[in-house]
Design a binder for this molecule. Structure first.
Ligand code: NDP
Length: 249
């Protein structure tokens, strides 16, 4: 894994915290050139410094909102200016939230979830794809979710956005064809121990689901599994089965 990433140019979206931050710090130890993207400029600046201290060849902070096409275009351009190419695109920026559909009074959360979780990934892919194809061993690492494979109760909006992500990349992989050197790996973790739940965009009526932290995967395990699966160009990685945690019908 370490050898694969050495000297590679890696864009990480949602790098400022959680899994994205974990990916950034581990990749630093592998000697990568990092383009760190998110909206929180201050967090990104200090992370870029930390990455350089940890061994990154270089690390630049790029403030961008993934829902803004122009921001994504500029982020790709800034990466090219700094490093001359792109080898790996780690799509990770996302939001979450849960509420029973039957208790919703407003459907705006569907637009929001699709804009960030789905369209954000499409935006970045659109602008980075021509450059990723020029890399000898280009990779797209897609942080989807187990919620992109099973219908988790109270997560209509989140699951829909992640199912859309899985569908989009399934099609793109088929369009690239089996001989493509650009590989797409879709990660489907269960619950990972980040603060994403404190940022939920819906009022959670079922937060007792998240009380038992022993069912959570650590950020470190998620990061290591992701980096390995992406390096070998694995089709997908199903980290942990949510049905073991949530009783489904
Ligand atoms: P966090 O909330 O810890 O981090 C989310 C990241 O996304 C932040 O860096 C945030 O940065 C960024 N982000 C959010 N909205 C935008 C936006 N509009 N534009 C740019 N960046 C944005 O979440 P996690 O690390 O837990 O989750 C990361 C990914 O993993 C998500 O796609 C999530 O769906 C997925 N996942 C998480 C699981 C979990 O249990 N934690 C389980 C399965 C999948 P900023 O606010 O600075 O913009």
């Amino acid at each position: 894994t370490r050898e694969f990433y050495k000297n590679k140019v890696v864009i990480i979206t949602g790098a400022s915290m959680g899994i994205g931050k974990g990916l950034s710090l581990t990749l630093s130890q592998y000697g990568t050139k990092l383009a760190l993207c998110a909206r929180s400029a201050d967090l990104l600046e200090s992370l870029a410094q930390e990455c350089k201290l940890k061994g990154a060849q270089d690390a630049i902070a790029i403030t961008c909102d993934v829902t803004d096409q122009n921001d994504c275009k500029k982020a790709v351009e800034k990466t090219l200016q700094a490093f001359g190419g792109i080898d790996v695109l780690m799509l990770n920026a996302g939001i979450s939230g849960s509420q029973p559909f039957q208790e919703m009074t407003d459907l705006s959360v569907f637009d929001k979830m699709m804009q960030v979780n789905f369209k954000g990934y499409v935006n970045f892919t659109f602008h980075a794809l021509p450059h990723l194809k020029k890399s000898q061993n280009g990779r797209i690492g897609v942080m989807s979710s187990m919620s992109g494979l099973i219908g988790v109760p109270y997560r209509t909006a989140y699951c829909s956005s992640k199912y859309a992500v899985n569908g989009f990349f399934e099609v793109l992989r088929n369009e690239l064809g089996k001989d493509s050197t650009l590989k797409i790996t879709v990660m489907c973790p269960g619950w990972v121990d980040t603060d994403i739940r404190s940022r939920h965009v819906l009022k959670d009526n079922n937060d007792s689901q998240y009380k038992d932290k022993s069912k959570f995967m650590s950020v470190e395990d998620c990061v290591n599994g992701t980096l390995y699966a992406v390096a070998i160009g694995k089709r997908d990685e199903r980290f942990q089965m949510l049905p073991r945690i949530i009783p489904l019908i």
